[in-house]
Design a protein around this ligand. Structure first.
Ligand code: CO
Length: 177
């Protein structure tokens, strides 16, 4: 996917700026992000810096059974992290063919704005909580590399839609964020 910046592009290490204008330009960035996540077979989330926009915008997927709802969050702030954490494989569109075992809080609470600038509050658990933590990290110039140790980063290939993690010769139902 050509439009996605990949590591080590220096933009990925920068802080993004809060969105203050909800006009056409911002709407176009949001639409583009939703389009990328919606069309991707294997990515469930995206942050604006990954398409070269240093704006605090993320798009995540809320997956409920067969249904997936795409959710844009503007200026998201995680205001609560559960002490309970969970370690799982995590990939990133900006870091092709690498996955990391990353520990994340299992539950979080978020304050954000919707695409019209209205305040929203939400709770997230499990995969959605992981997605949001990963994408908010992007807004602060952090990649999953920065959240784990080198011995927990592996190369992988994709076979039949699943990751084949090479070092461990295991197959995982991972997520790319
Ligand atoms: Co990512």
């Amino acid at each position: 996917m050509k439009q996605i910046l990949t590591y080590p592009n220096p933009i990925l290490k920068q802080q993004s700026f809060p969105v203050t204008n909800f006009g056409l330009e911002t709407q176009a960035v949001i639409d583009k992000m939703l389009d990328i996540v919606g069309k991707s077979d294997y990515s469930v989330g995206l942050a604006a810096p990954q398409i070269g926009k240093l704006q605090r915008i993320i798009a995540v997927s809320e997956i409920e059974g067969e249904r997936t709802r795409l959710l844009p969050l503007i200026n998201p702030e995680i205001v609560f992290f559960s002490k309970e954490t969970h370690e799982d494989y995590e990939g990133c569109l900006s870091i092709p063919f690498k996955v990391g075992l990353v520990e994340r809080s299992t539950k979080i609470r978020i304050r954000a704005l919707d695409r019209n600038g209205n305040k929203i509050k939400l709770k997230a658990a499990g995969l959605l909580a992981r997605e949001i933590q990963h994408e908010v990290d992007h807004l602060n110039g952090l990649l999953f590399f920065d959240r784990t140790s080198a011995d927990k980063i592996y190369n992988y290939t994709i076979k039949d839609g699943k990751w084949v993690i090479q070092k461990q010769a295991l197959t995982a139902e991972g997520v790319t964020l």
